[in-house]
Write a protein of this length. Structure first.
Length: 279
């Protein structure tokens, strides 16, 4: 259940500005489940409650929508940008979903769950389910996020072990910041000049992946998010999106995602980072 102040719901639905919506409520023009509401602090759930103004124009509850997008590089993970840069909502608006549509009618308003760096590619979840979004982002639930990270140079075993145990995340001015939580680190592919790492973290600090790699002295060349909880982008091309299946939504909501991270020894794997290909 996602409870919001009634005036905010009316404003988001385009009925009126928030200030005008407050006056509608005070004047007794707004009903929730056929009962007049005059209290400005009153809350409702737009996905379940029936809300009307002046006895008509019922605000039908919106269906809950769950989307996975393979975000291209150079796109902001936000709903709007004052500088006019492309956002994930712009990507949804100009392309059609891959696979079956999960509901009829226009796409409800959705928002991204968390953020992915502007210059990073990969999995972004979007939804209008505020309760699930809060759960996925709350540190208490330790939801894993998986990344392929290309760094300059070849981190040695000591550096990889530091990543796995947790490092002090540097601030922009170079001052040491908070310590990262334990992570799972694997070497996926190496060359004389750079290395692909698989990194699984269960927190979401600002520019965390870049700062973790910076802390061990390796510049990040590229970041691709390949997993968020139990969700993977599968075969989605860059810029493509699809609706999550019912099974995927249940998996995201499942209690097993609340298990904390366990410290693992860094490993070197032979397989190539297929998800890192630009499609």
């Amino acid at each position: 259940m996602t409870l919001l102040r009634l005036q905010k719901i009316l404003a988001q639905a385009g009925v009126a500005s928030r200030r005008a919506a407050e006056q509608y409520i005070v004047d007794g023009r707004v009903r929730v489940n056929d009962k007049v509401v005059r209290t400005l602090g009153a809350k409702a759930d737009a996905s379940k409650d029936t809300i009307s103004v002046d006895g008509w124009g019922t605000l039908a509850p919106e269906p809950l929508v769950y989307i996975v997008l393979n975000k291209p590089e150079g796109v902001l993970t936000t709903v709007s940008d004052p500088e006019g840069r492309h956002t994930v909502l712009d990507v949804l608006a100009r392309t059609r979903a891959v696979g079956p549509r999960r509901f009829e009618g226009a796409l409800p308003r959705v928002f991204p769950v968390g953020r992915l760096d502007f210059d990073a590619q990969g999995l972004v979840l979007l939804t209008n389910d505020g309760e699930l979004a809060q759960r996925l982002l709350h540190p208490r639930y330790h939801v894993p996020k998986t990344y392929l990270v290309k760094v300059r140079g070849r981190p040695d075993s000591k550096a990889l072990t530091r990543l796995a145990h947790g490092v002090r995340l540097p601030h922009e001015d170079g001052r040491p910041g908070p310590r990262s939580a334990p992570a799972q680190v694997d070497v996926v592919q190496e060359s004389p000049s750079n290395t692909w790492l698989s990194l699984v973290i269960r927190e979401g600090r600002h520019h965390q992946v870049k700062r973790m790699c910076q802390a061990i002295g390796h510049h990040v060349i590229r970041i691709v998010r390949t997993g968020f909880g139990a969700t993977e982008p599968s075969t989605l091309d860059s810029g493509a999106w699809r609706f999550l299946s019912d099974a995927e939504v249940r998996a995201l909501s499942a209690p097993q995602h609340s298990a904390p991270a366990r410290l693992t020894q860094p490993r070197r794997r032979a397989n190539k980072p297929a998800h890192a290909r630009r499609r």
